[in-house]
Design a binder for this molecule. Structure first.
Ligand code: ATP
Length: 372
């Protein structure tokens, strides 16, 4: 991929000011997005946030109200769907029931009167590990196998970009997990740009190298999965990507990369890379698995932030871990996940505990950054 900027144009998929309104309702609002060539990109967000509409505009199935779509430097905003080097895999597979698997995969090549159909189809069937199923009809295949046929049928057209619209939505959880790994393997093997639309945060995080979190028609944050998880910028992103404890606090002062925050009368440190003024209110965010739980007065191995005065209100034992709800002196219940290493005691309801965490594990959000 050519780097964007001096010396080379961006050769991936670029959306600029992309907007789609249905009457007075704006489904996609002034979207700017660069998807580098060869990346596995996920559009993640709740139902109705505009993911599918965005994908449909890229595919040419929906006309943008305004904005542009370019691919490899070429403006395709108004190009007809079949003129775009883009293919879509839908949730319902849309296979031809009367054709066998071989002919389903061969379909695009035959229509464009391509040569070497047999060799190309065989290569694709091998890629999706369905060589032995070539002569079966789609109805004889499992959901996961049918999904792989749909992938092969799209990939054989050698699109520059493959769009996947909730492709695993119809599969049960166990099959979803194995297909996630399968699609990831295929993407790595073919090296094409995949854009995967999903409302499942775990799916987006395990599959994609870059995730864009969408909410109400806009992208709230984009980045590598671990980056988004560890450093969410908004309460929406913090809550959508797993569980977080968000605790109200007031900025006291800052030193280098840390700010001191008054958290209900307890001074704690939180890392930040933004400028905060003394007196500003914010949310201190801490993930449940980053919190250590100990008996009151127990010196826990977490220099920095110790919060006494907690009372256990609920214990859920999951086997690999235990989840505690802990009522804090200011009335809020915080969630704590503890790995069951076998070394530590399990607390009971009513036990008095203290919580602590390393400052670098917390994040700070401005109240004003809340999504409307
Ligand atoms: P889901 O996961 O449920 O498909 P999504 O994030 O993909 O959600 P979209 O399908 O893009 O959301 O829809 C975004 C919003 O635009 C929704 O509120 C939807 O009702 C609205 N919308 C989509 N298509 C149309 C249409 N043709 N006419 C009117 N409103 C539409």
């Amino acid at each position: 991929a050519a780097p964007d900027g001096a010396g080379g144009a961006f050769d991936g998929l670029r959306l600029r000011g992309l907007t789609k309104s249905f009457a007075a309702f704006t489904a996609v609002d002034d979207l700017d997005l660069d998807v580098p060539t060869g990346s596995f990109f996920a559009l993640l967000g709740p139902s109705g946030c505009g993911k599918t509409t965005t994908l449909r505009m890229v595919a040419g199935l929906e006309t943008p109200t305004s904005g542009t779509i370019t691919l490899g430097g070429e403006d395709i905003t108004r190009a007809r769907p079949y003129r775009r080097p883009v293919n879509t895999v839908f949730q319902n597979y849309a296979l031809f029931p009367h054709l066998d698997i071989f002919e389903n995969v061969a379909f695009g090549l035959r229509r464009r009167k391509q040569s070497d159909v047999k060799a190309k189809v065989e290569e694709m069937l091998e890629l999706v590990e369905l060589t032995s199923q070539a002569e079966k009809k789609p109805a004889m295949l499992s959901g996961g196998q049918q999904q792989r046929v749909a992938l092969a049928r799209a990939l054989i057209n050698q699109p520059q970009v493959l769009l996947l619209d909730e492709p695993l939505g119809a599969l049960d959880l166990k099959l979803r997990r194995s297909m996630q790994l399968e699609i990831k393997r295929i993407q790595t093997e073919v090296g094409l740009t995949f854009i995967h639309v999903t409302h499942d945060q775990e799916e987006a995080m395990t599959m994609a190298d870059t995730v864009a979190v969408m909410n109400a028609g806009v992208i709230e944050q984009m980045g590598a999965p671990d980056e988004l998880y560890e450093n969410p910028r908004t309460t929406f992103v913090a809550n959508f990507l797993g569980q977080s404890n968000l605790i109200d606090g007031q900025i006291r002062n800052r030193s280098a990369d840390l700010v001191t925050v008054d958290m209900h009368g307890i001074e704690i440190s939180v890392p930040t890379d933004r400028v905060h003024a003394e007196g500003d209110r914010g949310w201190i965010g801490i993930r449940p698995e980053k919190v250590l739980i100990g008996e009151e007065g127990e010196a826990l191995d977490a220099p920095g932030n110790t919060v006494p005065g907690g009372v256990i209100t609920d214990v859920s034992f999951f086997g690999v871990s235990t989840q505690y709800l802990v009522r804090m002196p200011w009335g809020q219940e915080l969630t704590v996940f503890e790995q069951n290493t076998g070394r530590r005691r399990i607390f009971r309801r009513g036990d008095r505990v203290e919580l602590s965490w390393r400052p670098e594990y917390a994040f700070l959000l401005d109240h004003s950054q809340d999504a409307a």
